[in-house]
Design a protein. Sequence first.
Length: 264
Amino acid sequence: MLNLSVDAFSKMKKLRLLRVLCLLNCDDLKYFSNELRLLDLTGYPLKSLPSKFQPDNLVVLLLPYSRIEQLWKGNRPLYKLKIIKLKGSQNLIKTPDFTTAPYLEVLIMEGCTRLVDVHPSLRVLKRLQLLNLRDCKSLRSLPTKIGMESLETLILSGCSNLARFPEIDGKMEHLKSLDRSGCYKVEYLPENLHQAQFLEELDLSKTAIKEPPSFISQLKNLKVLSFDGCKGPYKLKRNLLSLFKVSQRGRMNSIAPMLPSLSG
């Protein structure tokens, strides 16, 4: 194991990439080069990143399983940032203002169990492709509307306190996978979800939804649909039954075998 004094980093003014597995002696790690493109601090022990760190050039920020509560105090210029990964950071209670990160493509906050809400500026992330909030068990709210037009995958499974799904502001033509399994309080989806015309996977398992949404028949590209373990009895609508019939024409082959379990 290589042991470096934390003071050594203060002399690395042009450092572009830094990966540290924080097992021991990381509490004094308070200086990072402002030239960093990639910062990977697995298990980072402090509540926030150093106040003097200016991430103007940062492209990738990885802080999995850290003790961080918020990235910074106040806003930071994040105009080059494309990836944020905070998986398993159970102390996270505040997300940054995303208006300074317009080019963000991947946001992973899976397992951030103390996170109650997300900054409303999340909705302005026009280039975001992956949003993973799996098992954010304390999460109660998201922005009332989302218009993330590049979003391909939205994972909200295990967000057991999240009751309301945001209205879709725009077409979200790239959305292919939506996972809301384990969101026990969810009773319905917004009707304008039909605008996600290229949606292929929709998981509503273990939710409070009693009946498939009426717009399901309009999702012509849907391949996987799950209502497993939903609360209360519900009756399949004719438009859902007609949707399954298109499997005979080569579409939605993965849904057709599920029909018996859905209708029972």
